[in-house]
Design a protein around this ligand. Sequence first.
Ligand code: SAH
Length: 353
Amino acid sequence: MTALQDLLVQRIRQQGPIRLDDYVQTCLLHPEHGYYSTRDPLGAAGDFTTAPEISQMFGELLGLALGQAWLDQGAPAPFTLAELGPGRGTLMADLWRATARVPGFHAAANVCLLEASPALRASQARLLQELSPAWIDHAEDLPARPLFLVANEFFDALPIRQFQRAGDAWRERHVGLAEDSLQLGLGPATPQPALDHRLPDTKEGDVVEDAPALAPIAATIGARIRDHGGAALIVDYGDWRSLGDTLQALKDHKPVDPLATPGQADLTAHVDFEALAQAAPCTHTRLTGQGVFLERLGITQRAQNLAKGLTGKAREAHVAAHRRLTHPAEMGTLFKVLGLYPEDAPSPPGLEP
Ligand code: SAH
């Protein structure tokens, strides 16, 4: 039994079953044994890979879109250039390089990173040294000024609760014990006013999810954008409202049981973009597939230019990366992009009002 498993079993023995969001939070961010606290999980040698790690084109195009949105709003200075959950810092590094030619952008930008993991903060500090970033612990720490923000695969890491429909009430799914191993169980049926909007589109036994940390973060970002201007590009897997159990654990690039190896597998869930858009008190774009979004921003042309300098294996890998980011059978439609922007500004490039 791992140290974290032991700790969870002891806790449940003392207190009874715990909420799923409590379990996920502990697995991901326990200060000593948490998945993100202790390691860099990204890349081929890690447990999963992400769009910025697949190709530099991803960060470059997001950077140019954000740079254009900044110009469209009159190039406000100074402004906050923020990223939520920057991982290794790859997206921000590519974004920064690509925006070097947006006049005044670098000089006006104060880079701000929301990151919970000390191990990943250290990677970001190494890669982003020349940007002199400031790290924050909470979205509310974002300064009261124009905010241009990116987030890739951040919201899917926020802990979720799950509720199973029982009549017009809901039974919450808990993590309890069967002998000495962790097991999912169901709490008593209780009314959940926050889930009233899910009564018309669910039936007996259906599972719905809620990430309690999502709405407060979206509300803060949206308020900065409404009050001071700016734009947010939020990329993640999920949909406009989700249905069913989407909790997923990945270890060595393979799915595993989310309860089997606490603290040693990445845990994510589909993002409910409807909840995100509704919590943000500014305007939002249509939810758009990552493939379509990147095509509109010119990924094919960028890919062709980069291919000119490549031969052999490197060229094959580059072509495969382009396909992986955009093709509907790969990340092109599963991953979606939502833009947030002020009511009186044009929608960010690549996205429709
Ligand atoms: N955006 C990066 C990394 C995605 S992994 C990429 O695309 O490669 C998720 C990131 O969010 C990690 O950096 C993780 O440490 C961070 N993270 C997860 N939960 C967090 C939380 N509650 N607060 C702040 N950062 C968090």
